[in-house]
Write a new protein. Sequence first.
Length: 654
Amino acid sequence: MSSDPHSSQYRPDIDGLRAIAVVSVVLHHAFPEHIRGGFIGVDIFFVISGYLISSIILGGLKKQHFGFADFYVRRIKRIFPALFLVLATVLVMGWYQLLPVDYKQVGKHIFAGSTFISNFAFWGEAGYFDADSANKPLLHLWSLAIEEQFYIFWPLTLFALHRWRMNALRWIFALLVVSFLINLALVRSSPTAAFYNPVSRFWELMVGALLAAMHVHRVGLKSIFHNQASTQEDSVTERHWRNNLWSWTGLALLVIVLLTIHPERHFPGWWALLPTLGTVLLIAAGPRAWFNRHVLASKPFVWIGLISYPLYLWHWPLLSFAHIQAGELPHWQTQMGWIALSVLLAWLTFQLVEKPIRFGRWNRKVVIGTLCAGMTVMAGSGYATYQRDGFEQRFPEIVRNMMSKGGKTAVVEGWRDGDCTLDFRLPASHYKDFCIEKKRPLVFLWGDSHAGSLYPGFKALQAGGKYNFGLGERAAAICPSVLGIEPRPLCKSLNEANIQAIRDAKPDVVILYSWWHNKRYDLRNLEATVAEIKKAGVPRIIMLGAVPYWKKQLPQILLEEWKKGPPMKRPPMRLKDEFLDPGVRAATASMRARAQKMNIEFISGMDYFCNEQGCLTRMSEDSSQPLSYDYGHLSTSASTYYVEQLAPLIFKTK
């Protein structure tokens, strides 16, 4: 079965199914809070790819004219042209829009995308303090990498099965089951690995391959267990009802999963069965099923399906750069504009680039040589960008240090990351004993990663010798100091362990500090949490309000503001409220009022960093370290300053 519209075996309904897949993904990326299940479009693509590729290979092997060279030439002509265009565009856009640290990362991703190892690159980067996924313009290439890795492994596998006259269905099914079981094992213990590991995703392509083997060899599922040469012929009426049943059932499964699943689910896992089974049923229903014939094979669906590959490639870089520029998810009208531009670029790419290269009469060796050379140049460009630290020489030295440093290393500098501040994958058992010191008086710091960012300041305060105290610290990413809530897995159990640690340590002061207005946080149990701390015998509880939180990464704001001035101008020392997270002022007032009602102390970080001229962006005019390397975690110099200001209030005598 072919995906080539020029082929006599072309099935337009499969292009229509591609349309459902790509539209789901695009809408999910543009409106992640409303189209939460759209990411399963990738799983639909996997099944379609497995079916079409296996149909080509098995059909060729059956007719004794399959050639590896011809297979890979067709893959190169299909994959390389649009991919080269998108990678080149991202390289150019990144030069003008991105910080050196972010441009360096884009260089790494261009190299990974050019060599089809993006899934491994993103797998290695995954973590809370890694860059927001929306700020990675090439993140979507992970799925293309998995498909290309499958294309290397799968033709050899099917050729071996054919060469040694082995039951193709039986072996495909066995490999499918092994891959699926690996997926189930990983999704609980290491969900990031389950998502990006090709071995735990290949089963989705093999579901399509299994159907292809049944179609090519004209056998049923029974031949997996018995050497059955052919299936029993059904009457025309029976086939009609069966195919329509499969089609409507497949559609129902896709609708159910689109409406019910969300990114917080363990995925792929068992959940991935729904979109894969729904897709394979729609393909198995055939082109004559009513929904396939009248909807999937309709001109609008087929048109979108034909441009689905370049549309998938174009949409995410455009949405990502828009997010980087705005510092947040842009307004829906803006997102619709980027979608429209993505569709236009996809259509132009299909008409002016893909079709001439795939179906033109140019010399095949010249075309393949040019495409491979182009991709090699792109890989080299990405590698050079990474090796040269995002070409930080683009900026004068007076701003270079502030702009070029970033990523997890800068954000967590000086923290006890992994020991006393835990990432989202670590349970409470990973807290070290030294996180709670024996010295008195004991100050106990409890909160999310923002609490963890204060540790360098408390460490410096201890080293200064003016204040003699012990420090307890229990912090966890995306897990505020509020009992009974689960904004991410393990948070509830972490906080149960933390309140028990407070009961056991009996600190003199408990400091509560979290990103209080984080949209993922449910603070209804805050009063009950404070009551538990009081019940533990803690004489003083201090709640810290927000420090300056910015609309987007502070270095990005400083870069944009610096660009507006003369070449040798320093980045601004203070920024007005228009650059702040719009919720930070209201959150400060709200938390102050709640603290007063709970009869606990409240200290606003805004009071120490902001005045009528605006909020500090660094601690001195000559400092090369910004207040934050991201949207609001304090850098070491800012943390040291802040804790010095807090000390007289924390250690005041009655």
